[in-house]
Ligand binder design. Sequence first.
Ligand SMILES: [Zn+2]
Ligand SMILES: [Zn+2]
Length: 164
Amino acid sequence: MPLVKQIRRRGGLERLAKQHGLRLTRQRRLIFAILESAKTHLNAKQILEQAQRLEPGIDQVTIYRNLGVLKRLGVVDELDLLHLRGDQHYYEARQVRAHSHVACLACGKVFEFYTSAIKTIDRELEKECGFSVSFTRIEIGGQCAACRKSGREAPLPRKGKQAR
Ligand SMILES: [Zn+2]
Ligand SMILES: [Zn+2]
């Protein structure tokens, strides 16, 4: 899976937290560090598992609460990745370069696609609507090269609502 993470500048989290008068607890740093070093998009359960390896006392409620804080700070993004796996949500550290998420509806593979077209959209929006863009998120669904080659088309079965 081609996944080149462009990590935000070091110290970005500290600076933002200070601006918002937010204390960076050890748990917040831990969750952010996990997301920053992740090679793929993680759901809350995967974040919990990784966090517990480093800090056994941490629980799911703490993970959700702190993910919410990091989201409000704008350093973490929550993604639904086209709901390929039911209502599962994924998290990633916000990257300096905007990217789109491309998901194969047949096999569920998700990869990140960097294109200057995102900048073009931002510029057009600003020019035509006077809108200042903070971030752009694009999700694209389709059929990947491998699935096209093997003729795999069946969409993944949609799961019902999941408690999380
Ligand atoms: Zn595929
Ligand atoms: Zn991503």
